[in-house]
Ligand binder design. Structure first.
Ligand SMILES: *Cc1c(COP(=O)(O)O)cnc(C)c1O
Length: 425
């Protein structure tokens, strides 16, 4: 029977297999046919400690039998309070910079970014500067798939159908090694025109191709925004929760954003939840005895109690276990293997940020490139790996519980892909 399920980012017309997964533990997915896959991209960048982490699963089970869901307008519950306190406690801070002090919950990375944009415009609007509504973005960015987040992301085949609905933004060039100053100069010039905010993915642009740039540039971008009184929004949806080696990528630059979006790994990847953190002035701009100035945003499941309980368990894991040590060991293991792989003539441009590693495959011809990603996907699936290349960019982003044997298996398959699909010298 043909399934009625319509899958995301899936071309159903190609009839590619859609494996059914029945169980998962750690870094391993168990398929209905009895075979196993290593989840080398953490099920689309969300699973941090591993699938079905016992502490998180237990917290979900306990909460599900106590308080499942509550209207969050005018009501609250302890899991939400606890996670908010924890997030503020763990958020990036730096001397002389205002601290992130308020937490607004939502349920996906896209909504967390939408909320960030709405907060930024609400801030200027309530301060009496409604003309400050323009958003600056970085070239090649990805911030989600809703109309608003597509507007602040790169334009292309992914959103061409909705181009008429997307709002206009100012685009700052990506700071590639030969374009660092051009990026900073463009930001400086654009900030002088009094936009509302600049939104950026810190250190790694994910869906845009796992493009990396150094912390010092993030620091300079934040400084430019501060000088021009432009809100600095950081999208830590992918980079947060240890992905780049520190809990949040901003820490490596000593930067405290004015608004920060987090999601994906906030529950360890078990259940949807997102949060947008803001500094006090952004919150305060919405505080008044005038009801019309309140922050008009909500979704039915805002701060769902079960999701918050999962997040509370995740925060406890971060506080009580040596997650950073685990990440450092994994990053070292990835680093040595990536350096080895990069010597293969089929590969170029290796890059790594913590547990994220990417490398570009030099394919035989450009025409071939169009269906290279699905071919690679099938190739890796046959070898027991869940990998999802972005064009000719192959990347891994495994859960932190991945062991050395699993890492070897992944890199052996990457080398085999180079042999099979790489350009012949
Ligand atoms: C995944 C992602 C989003 C969107 O998150 P969803 O939970 O998929 O809506 C936003 N920003 C970045 C940087 C992401 O990687």
């Amino acid at each position: 029977m043909i399934s009625p399920v319509w899958h995301p980012f899936t071309q159903h017309g190609l009839g590619e297999p859609i494996p059914q997964v029945v169980r998962a533990e750690g870094a391993v997915l168990h398929l209905r046919d009895g075979s196993r896959l290593i989840d080398a991209i953490s099920s689309w960048w969300v699973t941090t400690h591993g699938h079905c982490n016992p502490r998180i699963a237990a917290a979900i089970a306990a909460q599900a039998g106590t308080l499942d869901q509550l209207i969050f307008a005018g009501y609250t519950h302890e899991p939400a309070e606890e996670v908010a306190r924890g997030l503020i406690d763990m958020a990036p801070r730096a001397p002389g910079q205002p601290e992130l002090a308020h937490v607004f919950y939502s349920d996906s990375g896209s909504t967390a970014v939408e909320v960030a944009l709405k907060m930024a415009l609400g801030y200027w609007y309530n301060l009496g500067s409604p003309e400050r509504h323009r958003i600056l973005v970085m070239e090649h960015s990805y911030h989600g798939d809703t109309i608003g987040t597509m507007s602040v992301g790169a334009r292309g085949v992914y959103n061409a159908a909705w181009a008429p609905l997307l709002f206009d933004v100012g685009t700052i060039p990506f700071p590639a090694p030969d374009a660092e100053q051009a990026c900073l100069d463009a930001l400086e010039a654009a900030c002088a025109e009094r936009p509302a905010a600049f939104i950026v993915e810190p250190l790694v642009l994910g869906a845009g191709g796992m493009l990396v740039y150094p912390p010092r540039l993030l620091q300079e971008m934040a400084a430019i925004c501060r000088r021009h009184d432009v809100l600095f929004i950081v999208d830590e949806v992918m980079t947060g929760w240890g992905r780049t080696g520190t809990l949040f990528a901003c820490e490596q630059a000593g930067v405290v954003p004015d608004i920060m979006a987090v999601a994906k790994g906030i529950t360890g990847g078990a259940i949807p939840l997102a949060a947008t953190l803001a500094i006090a002035p952004v919150f305060d701009a919405h505080v008044s005895t005038d009801r019309s100035r309140l922050f008009y945003h909500s979704s039915s499941y805002t701060a769902n109690a079960i999701a918050c309980a999962a997040a509370a368990a995740n925060l406890a894991i971060w506080r009580e276990e040596d997650v950073i040590g685990r990440i450092a060991a994994l990053a070292r293991g990835i680093g040595t293997r990536l350096a080895e792989l990069a010597r293969h003539p089929a590969f170029t441009n290796p890059r790594q940020a913590g547990t994220i590693a990417a490398i570009d495959l030099v394919a035989t011809d450009a025409g071939y490139l169009s269906d290279l990603a699905p071919r690679l996907r099938a190739f890796f699936l046959e070898r027991g790996l869940l990998l999802r290349p972005l064009g000719n960019t192959i990347y891994i982003m495994p859960p932190y519980c991945l062991d050395a044997d699993q890492l070897d298996m992944i890199f052996a398959a990457l080398a085999a892909a180079g042999e099979r699909f790489g350009a012949q010298p």
